[in-house]
Design a protein around this ligand. Structure first.
Ligand SMILES: [Fe+2]
Ligand SMILES: [Fe+2]
Length: 472
C-alpha cells in the first residue's frame, strides 16, 4: 500500500521519504537548487501573483487534485508514485513473465539511467522554452493553464530526480544536478533533444507544442510505464495523469483558434482573416506541419538497435504493450516500414524488434489524427471547405531514415530545388511568424479573450470562465 501524500513534510511525498534519512537529506539538498532554477529559468514575472492551481493530494482514482490560489514559488512540488500493482510481472522482452524489479539490476544500470535522464531533461526544458509566454497570454484562463503546465513539468523533473537519487547512487545525484545545469537553447549546455532547444515564442506555438510535443511525452511515458523497473513504471503512471491536462490545453486551445477563425470568416465573408486579427487556416496548417514533424523526430530513428536492446531487456516497451496481439518478444516477427529508395517509396521488411520506435510513433500518429478530425469538424460545422491535415511522416525530418529526403506534406518526393521553391508553402515563414507574434497582445481582464481565440467552453474545475484565475 502506498501512503497518503504527507504535506507536513518539507518534500510532500508518498514514498515514505522520512524512513530513509540519507535520501531525504540528499533531496532536501537538491530542493533549494530547484527553487533557484525555478526563479532564474522559470516563468518571467508573476512569481508574486496568486494563481488558481491544482496540486496533487492523492494518487487514488477518486479526487487526486486540490484547487486553490497559490503563488508559483509556494507550489508544493513533491514525489508521487502510483499504487503498486500486486505481483506485477514483466510484460515483454527476454524476461517476460518474471517478477518486476524494485531495484536496478547492475547490467541495466547505464541504460536505465540514460532513459531516466533523457525523459527528465525534457521536463524543465519545456518550462524554460515557455518562460516568456506569460507576458502575452490571450486571457487569464490561458495564463493560468500555462502556469499549471509549468509547475507540473517542474514536478515531473522531481519525479525523475527522485528515481536518480533513490536508485543510482552518486552518479544519480550528479545527473540530477546536471538536469538543472543544461538549459534550453544554451549553446554550451543545451538540452539533450533538439525540439527542446527551440523557442516557444508565441501562444500558437505553445498550443501546438502542448498538442504535439506533450503528446510525444505521453507516448514516451506510456512506454516507460511498461518498464520492468517498477519504481519507474509507477512514477510514469502518475505523471500520465497530470500530462492529460497539458494535451487538453493544446487540443481545446487549437479548437478555439479554429472556432474564432471560422466566426471571422463567416462574419466578414472572407478567407482573409488576418486583418481582423484572426489566424488564417493556411498559416495554422504550416504551424501544424512544423510542430508535428519536430515531434516525430523525438521518437528516434525508425530502425534502432538501442530501442531493440531496451525492449528485449524489459526497460522500455510500446504504448499500451498488453494491447499488442503478438508474442511481446518480437525476435521471430517481421514488420514493414516505408523507406525512400532511389527517389521512390518502398516497403521493406525488418525484424520487428528493430522497429519498436516506429511502432510507438505509429500509435502517436493515430492519436494526433483523432484531434485533427475534431478540429476539422469545427470547419465542417461552419460550412467551410478547407481541411487541416497531418503532413506525411517523412516531411521535414531531421532524425531517422527520412533525414536526407525532401518530401512534401502530401508525401510527394521532391528534388532539393523543388523543396526550396515550395518551402514557404509548407512551413511558417518569417513573415507568418511576425504576423502571429503581432497578434500576441496580453488580455488580462477576467473573461476577456484576445482577438485570435474564442472563449473556452467552460472554466476550470468548478469555476466560471470569467473567474479571476490569476490575481494580478
Ligand atoms: Fe511532463
Ligand atoms: Fe507535459
Amino acid at each position: 500500500m502506498t501512503q497518503q501524500i504527507d504535506y507536513s513534510e518539507k518534500i510532500p511525498n508518498n514514498v515514505n521519504l522520512a524512513g530513509d534519512r540519507r535520501l531525504q537529506r540528499a533531496l532536501e539538498n537538491w530542493q533549494p537548487r530547484f527553487a533557484d532554477w525555478w526563479l532564474e529559468m522559470g516563468p518571467v514575472g508573476f512569481q508574486d501573483n496568486e494563481i488558481y492551481l491544482r496540486t496533487a493530494v492523492d494518487v487514488g482514482r477518486e479526487g487526486w487534485a486540490h484547487f486553490s490560489h497559490v503563488k508559483l514559488p509556494d507550489y508544493r512540488w513533491g514525489i508521487f508514485l502510483s499504487e503498486p500493482e500486486e505481483d506485477r510481472r514483466i510484460g515483454f522482452g527476454e524476461m517476460k513473465g518474471e517478477p518486476v524489479w524494485q531495484e536496478v539490476p547492475g547490467e541495466f544500470r547505464t541504460d536505465l539511467r540514460r532513459l531516466i535522464v533523457v525523459q527528465g531533461d525534457t521536463e524543465p526544458a519545456s518550462v524554460e522554452q515557455q518562460r516568456y509566454l506569460g507576458k502575452t497570454a490571450p486571457s487569464l484562463y490561458d495564463l493560468r493553464n500555462l502556469f499549471q503546465i509549468n509547475v507540473e513539468e517542474g514536478r515531473h523533473l522531481w519525479a525523475m530526480v527522485y528515481l536518480l537519487h533513490a536508485h543510482f547512487g552518486r552518479d544519480g545525484r550528479e545527473e540530477a544536478d546536471a538536469l538543472l545545469q543544461r538549459n534550453s537553447g544554451d549553446p554550451d549546455h543545451p538540452r539533450i533533444l533538439g525540439a527542446f532547444n527551440e523557442k516557444t515564442s508565441d501562444w500558437l506555438s505553445f498550443l501546438l507544442f502542448t498538442y504535439f510535443t506533450d503528446r510525444d511525452g505521453k507516448y514516451q511515458l506510456g512506454a516507460l510505464k511498461e518498464s520492468a523497473f517498477d519504481p519507474l513504471s509507477r512514477t510514469c503512471d502518475f505523471m500520465l495523469k497530470e500530462e492529460a491536462h497539458h494535451m487538453f490545453v493544446g487540443a481545446s486551445g487549437i479548437a478555439r483558434v479554429i472556432q474564432r477563425t471560422c466566426e471571422v470568416m463567416k462574419e466578414y465573408d472572407t478567407d482573409d482573416v488576418r486583418r481582423y486579427g484572426a489566424i488564417d487556416l493556411p498559416t495554422l496548417q504550416k504551424y501544424i506541419n512544423f510542430h508535428f514533424s519536430v515531434s516525430l523526430d523525438l521518437f528516434g530513428s525508425e530502425t534502432s538497435t538501442n530501442a531493440a536492446n531496451y525492449y528485449s531487456a524489459g526497460l522500455k516497451g510500446r504504448f499500451a504493450e498488453p494491447s499488442y496481439e503478438d508474442d511481446h518478444v518480437l525476435v521471430n516477427d517481421e514488420d514493414a516500414i516505408s523507406e525512400i529508395v532511389d527517389g521512390r517509396w518502398l516497403e521493406t521488411s525488418r525484424p520487428k524488434i528493430t522497429v519498436v520506435n516506429e511502432q510507438l510513433r505509429r500509435s502517436y500518429i493515430e492519436d494526433c489524427a483523432k484531434g485533427m478530425r475534431r478540429w476539422n469538424r469545427i470547419l465542417e460545422e461552419h460550412g467551410i471547405q478547407y481541411r487541416l491535415d497531418l503532413p506525411n511522416e517523412a516531411f521535414h525530418r531531421q532524425v531517422g531514415i527520412y533525414r536526407d529526403a525532401y518530401v512534401a506534406p502530401s508525401g510527394e518526393i521532391l528534388s532539393e530545388s523543388d523543396w526550396e521553391s515550395s518551402e514557404s508553402n509548407f512551413l511558417p515563414t518569417d513573415s507568418d511568424r511576425d504576423f502571429v507574434i503581432s497578434l500576441m497582445q496580453p488580455v488580462y481582464s477576467p473573461g476577456q479573450m484576445a482577438s485570435w481565440i474564442a472563449p473556452p467552453v467552460s472554466g476550470i474545475h468548478t469555476q466560471p470562465i470569467d473567474y479571476e484565475y490569476v490575481r494580478l
